[in-house]
Design a protein around this ligand. Structure first.
Ligand SMILES: Nc1ncnc2[nH]cnc12
Ligand SMILES: [Zn+2]
Length: 335
């Protein structure tokens, strides 16, 4: 199979996306439009100027512009439009199921209520299900650069929405904010029946991955790249069939890898890790799920079987029911 054939195969496969920050799908065109609609001042005169600002040398560089960008999101309608645009775009890549992060504290700390944000998002999720059968689950993330006490306040604000929230996650500036800082609030989330996931080993050391497993009892690990520096940890992740939500274009844009040819995805698969391919913040990192598949297929010696495994892993690692997983795995076999 040629690389072009493999890219077409990856595009055609039914897939789940498990690592997508909805605020990171805010395209420059929508950012510009919402700034005008809501009369919000932004330091850019054009869509081209916004795009030109998307050059990062590490995670914090990106986060600074990501939090600035989300400042144009003010109303329920803004969150609806944002979410609907992502779901339509993901659908074009044959994403059949998405587990979507949102950052409530990125909104509440600038005066936009938790209810405003989540109402717009869940309305779009329901509409996508009704209109084109795409399923989605919502994961609310705690910002790890803020105190645990603030995360507890966010969990309280979520109380009336627990039937629409699948789990909690942990994102933002990793180094200096280890998972141990959030052990109590993750325990409280689990007691409410929520699933748990956490970004770990993106920039942070393997110890942070150990903490995410041992102290937060995560059901899934976001990124996890630096786990590979620790052989015992790698063996444990394989044995426990822990899903890793890997984000190749994000890793390249944030300088987690020097070049796509140096990306560890193929190594992860060869080590029997349950790796998946995801877009993280597609509007900032240059592409959606199929663009991420294309980038790794072009740069790495991935086989047809590897690509199929990645698609299967995306459903196996999802929070769908066993029956729903079986149906999606069967659909993969027909491509
Ligand atoms: N890749 C990432 N890592 C940490 N926090 C984030 N928030 C949005 N994208 C993120
Ligand atoms: Zn992320």
């Amino acid at each position: 199979m040629t690389k072009d054939d493999l890219i077409a195969y990856a595009q055609a496969l039914p897939k789940a996306e498990l690592h997508l920050h909805i605020e990171g799908s805010l395209e420059p065109e929508m950012l510009f439009k919402l700034a005008q609609r809501n009369k919000v001042d932004i330091p850019f005169k054009s869509v081209e100027e916004i795009r030109a600002a998307y050059e990062f040398s590490n995670l914090q560089d990106f986060l600074d512009i990501y939090y600035q960008g989300m400042n144009v999101l003010r109303t329920e309608e803004d969150f609806f439009d944002l979410t609907m645009a992502y779901l339509n775009r993901a659908r074009a890549d044959n994403v059949r199921h998405a587990e979507i992060f949102f950052d409530p504290q990125g909104h509440t700390e600038r005066g936009v209520s938790f209810d405003t944000a989540i109402s717009g998002i869940v309305t779009a999720l329901s509409m996508a299900k009704a209109q084109f059968g795409m399923t989605a689950k919502l994961i609310m993330c705690f910002l790890r650069h803020l105190p645990e006490e603030d995360a507890f306040k966010t969990l309280e604000q979520a109380e009336n929405w627990l039937d629409r929230i699948e789990g909690v996650g942990l994102d933002s500036s990793e180094v200096g904010h280890p998972p141990s800082k959030f052990e109590r609030v993750f325990k409280a989330a689990r007691e409410r029946g929520l699933k748990t996931v956490a970004h770990a080993g993106e920039e942070g050391p393997p110890d942070y991955v150990h903490e995410a497993l041992d102290l937060l009892a995560v059901d899934r690990l976001d990124h996890g790249n630096r786990s590979l520096e620790d052989d015992a940890l790698t063996a444990r992740l394989a044995k426990e069939e822990m899903t890793l939500t890997v984000c190749p274009l994000s890793n390249l844009k944030l300088c987690v890898v020097d070049a796509m040819t140096a990306h560890p995805l193929k190594r992860m698969l060869d080590l029997d890790l349950r790796a998946t391919v995801n877009s993280d913040d597609p509007s900032y990192f240059g592409g959606y799920v199929s663009d991420n598949f294309k980038a790794v297929i072009e740069a790495l010696p991935l086989t047809r079987e590897d690509v199929k495994t990645l698609a299967k892993n995306s459903f196996l690692g999802s929070f769908l029911s066993e029956g729903e997983k079986r149906a999606q795995l069967a659909a993969i076999e027909t491509v």
